[in-house]
Design a protein around this ligand. Sequence first.
Ligand code: ASP
Length: 354
Amino acid sequence: MNAFSKSLVLACMLVNAAVTVAGEHMKPNIVILATGGTIAGAAATETQAGYTSAEVGVETLIKAVPQLSELANVSGEQVANIGSQDMNDAVWLQLARRVNDRLAEDEVDGIVITHGTDTIEETAYFLNLVVNSDKPVVMTAAMRPATALSADGPLNIYNAVAVAADPNARGRGVLVVINDDIHGARGMTKTSTTDVQTFVSAERGLMGATLYGQNRYYRRPYRLHTLDSEFSITGLASLPRVDIIYISAGVSPDLIDAAVANGAKGIVTAGVGNGNMTAAALAALERARKKNVVVVRSTRVTSGTVGRNIEIDDDALGTVASGELNPAQSRVLLKLVLTKTDLPADVQAYFDTY
Ligand code: ASP
């Protein structure tokens, strides 16, 4: 090769390198915060139903999807490594702080959080209320462990990064991307213990859908969230105790009394029908109210709303109706509301707004 050819080859290499660097700069920067769950789970064989959640670390999750580099510059951080059945207030606070800190960095364009499916609806709604940025925060999960035949995690991660990298996802609150669906945090719930198509957004429908990273949006959130939310975790070391009491035919009032005796500041009932319960349970709630415990009536029914003063006189009892929020998401909201007020009328106003 003569001197001229050599310099031509060198010039081409430099141009290529510059184009690559420019391309990396143009791609959004997405941070994956991993918390564990089945998406990071492992079984002994590809076809075994039994498995252990939270076995695989974030770097392995990222390496399993090399196609992510087509979408974004992706980096990972391990915030926790638990099955989401072990999710708790302390991890919520730690995770929310990490999300807010990373989103405050100019160069971070969006966050993906990997999580277990069992309590993702609670974490998503908690973050929806306390994240103070309109950059995309997208949660994802899987029903099959990472080692399974037809594991659903890798495509869910790919789609979640595609949504987090999408400027059109901004301002829609915390999203949950799973099985090609884009759910808004509020109102989504797990409906099947084993089915890959387990999540539904029964009352208001999906926020959108995604197919191999091609995103479509159907609606915007209908309640306050993220930047417009009054809730803040700044200075919060813990959250108030709120217990959920499951109501059934002939339910005893004992568990309500026990919750109060053990220090619950709030009680959410998973009532029958429109948040109904036995007269004995109502009497126990009346006792709880006399001790200033805030009571929210939700329902064990999977869709529909719980309205005020339908069969139960909320005005007389001083109870709050959950509206569309299921018991698990009612508990999340009540924990945050209790950091501000315990007056039933004000609590009801929060439930009507968030
Ligand atoms: N138990 C698991 C968890 O929530 C289930 C899952 O991730 O699908 O962590």
